[in-house]
Write a protein that binds this ligand. Structure first.
Ligand SMILES: [Cu+2]
Length: 173
């Protein structure tokens, strides 16, 4: 094999790798948000749910019930000393995203379905659940997802009535 043929074979192999990486999911926001709902509007918030994140790699609560059509404001508190985050997604999407985060731990990411929260501070995600089913949330900081830092939003089929409750009707322990 001559030199030129080798170089071309290498270029071809690299282009395959690039295509595979692209197909595996674009970290910069190319994911399909419609599978889990859509970004919510502050004016349409039906309910506020407080979520606590700790260095025990747990969310409290880790199980949240929602209704189809409901817009929830997640107020996410980091009571640990490490950086944590709250990312809504399908289990598949979260897993893929987590693998990328493990390779590039310093990668900053921001999207409507997630919030990264510095120790001792509080962040917020406003999300509208348009489809019934189970939607995962997880912390994609390296090691955290593996340690079990994940939870579930169970969205019941039906229609949420607007402005239900007083906004404090969430689980408080
Ligand atoms: Cu975490």
């Amino acid at each position: 094999m001559n030199h030129r043929a080798t170089a071309m074979a290498l270029a071809f192999a690299l282009s395959l790798v690039a295509q595979a990486a692209y197909a595996a999911g674009d970290h910069a926001g190319g994911h399909d948000e419609s599978a889990i709902g859509e970004p919510g509007k502050a004016a349409n918030v039906n309910r506020t749910v407080q979520v606590d994140m700790s260095d025990a790699m747990r969310y409290d609560p880790s199980s949240i019930a929602a209704k189809q059509g409901e817009t929830i404001r997640f107020v996410v508190k980091n009571s640990g000393k490490l950086k944590h985050e709250f990312v809504l997604g399908t289990a598949k999407e979260l897993k893929e995203h987590y693998e990328v985060m493990k390779k590039f731990p310093e990668m900053e990411h921001a999207d409507a379905n997630m919030v990264t929260v510095a120790p001792g501070t509080t962040g917020e995600v406003i999300w509208r659940f348009t489809k019934a089913g189970k939607i995962d949330f997880a912390c994609l900081q390296p090691g955290h997802y593996d340690a079990g830092m994940k939870g579930l939003v169970s969205v019941a089929a039906g229609k949420a009535t607007a402005k239900e409750g007083d906004g404090h009707g969430n689980h408080k322990h």
